[in-house]
Design a protein around this ligand. Structure first.
Ligand code: PLP
Length: 395
């Protein structure tokens, strides 16, 4: 097997440098633990950015993939297949939605939902009512529409212009600026993350979201939840919005759904599930049999443990709070989506130090350390991870 330097050199010679990577090459994982090419063991509080929701190499997940791959893996969406249909029925049920479209990633899921929202409005009101309101600090993806939908100027670099038109950004948790958007008469939808993930693990105010939902209803703006990070059990509910007592018209999901295989999609509710018709949208891979079988196993593994996710999150937040660390300014989030606002240390530096000490974590926003452990993590691994954090931060 190649050692770390060999792997790093292969990367540097052949892979485009779009990421500043941390100096580890992982070669193996089991549960909430990972191993590097040098044999060193790590506790995983990152789950590949919220993707490995059932940990690494879960035996049921492995078995589901093996047995499906050995029978039939892919035939395209020109034909009917069983696993995707069963999965869609489950997800529609969990979300209270009427129809689903599968894609392969988060950004693709949002791109699809943006098309569906614009078509809904076009069919009903005609051209020009196409604007999608998103929140400052949001993150919705890196593709054509989603790059512009992302409410952070640093992503809209001139070198990538021209961008897709039809997005406006408002300050989160300020209802009056959202309400004022109605004057222009060109809005079709409001797209939000119930907890902004990449932006720094910022939960929206429940009162704000409920008022926003009422405003959307009043103006026939579609309420679209980007559940790509908050969905599939991450907050202790199947979907993040379920913590806020609102009901969206559409939901985008991805990251955790297939436990490590690329799968995403969007769900449409009563109001708009008849919007898309043959030829309106498509994907070659979306919802293929192996990814769908993996996702079904993920839901089966998560169903009995979902009620414990909020407790695990509360346990982690309380333990960190009790450490009284000078660098910790605020602890926020829901379930196993945890953000720790830092001071006196850059978040990327904190992540690098934790990694060196054996804990895999993530940065978020400008100054937040983010934990997204596998939802299956046990107390022993939580305690081991937090002990590393305490040692690193108590200098
Ligand atoms: C990760 C993420 C995306 C983008 O997903 P990709 O799979 O990287 O395209 C979009 N929205 C949110 C909220 C995310 O967390």
């Amino acid at each position: 097997m190649k050692n770390f330097d060999d792997i790093k050199n292969l990367y540097n010679e052949n892979i485009l440098p779009t990421y500043a990577r941390y100096p580890v090459a992982f070669v193996k994982g089991a549960g909430s633990r990972l191993w590097g090419a040098d044999g060193k063991e790590y506790i995983d509080f990152a789950s590949g950015i919220g993707v490995n929701s059932v940990g690494h190499s879960h035996p049921k997940w492995v078995e589901a993939i093996y047995s499906q791959a050995g029978v039939l893996s892919h035939v395209s969406n020109l034909f009917y297949t069983e696993p995707g249909a069963v999965l869609a029925e489950k997800l529609c049920g969990f979300a209270g939605m009427r129809g689903l479209f599968f894609s392969n990633s988060g950004a693709e899921s949002n791109e699809g939902v943006i098309k569906a929202a614009r078509k809904y409005s076009f069919d009903k009101y005609g051209a020009g009512r196409h604007t999608i309101i998103t929140l400052k600090g949001s993150f919705h993806g890196r593709l054509g529409a989603t790059l512009k939908a992302t409410g952070q100027e640093k992503f809209h670099k001139d070198c990538f212009a021209p961008f897709m038109e039809g997005f406006r950004y408002v300050e989160a948790n300020d209802f009056s600026v959202l309400e004022a958007e109605a004057k222009a008469g060109d809005v079709c939808a409001f797209l939000f993350e119930s907890i902004q993930g990449e932006g720094g693990v910022m939960p929206l105010d429940a009162d704000y979201l409920q008022k926003a939902a009422e405003l959307c209803e009043k103006n026939d703006w579609l309420l679209i939840a980007d559940e790509i990070q908050t969905g599939i059990g991450r907050t202790g509910e199947w979907f993040g919005f379920q913590n806020f007592n609102i009901k969206p018209d559409a939901i985008a999901f991805a990251k955790g759904i297939a436990g490590g295989l690329p799968l995403g999609g969007f769900l449409l509710g009563e109001k708009m599930y008849k919007t898309l018709n043959p030829g309106d949208h498509g994907t070659t891979y979306g919802g293929n049999l192996v990814c769908a079988a993996a996702a079904l196993s993920v839901l089966e593994i998560l169903e009995p443990i979902l009620p414990g996710v909020k407790e695990k999150g509360a346990y982690i937040r309380e333990k960190i709070s009790a450490m009284n660390l000078p660098q910790v300014k605020e602890i926020r989030g829901m379930g196993l989506m945890i953000g720790i606002k830092l001071e006196g240390i850059a978040n990327t530096e904190a992540v690098a130090k934790l990694l060196e000490a054996g804990l895999v974590a993530l940065p978020a926003g400008a100054d937040v350390l983010r934990f997204l452990p596998p939802l299956t993590i046990g107390t022993e691994d939580i305690d081991a991870g937090l002990a590393i954090m305490e040692k690193v931060f108590k200098w």
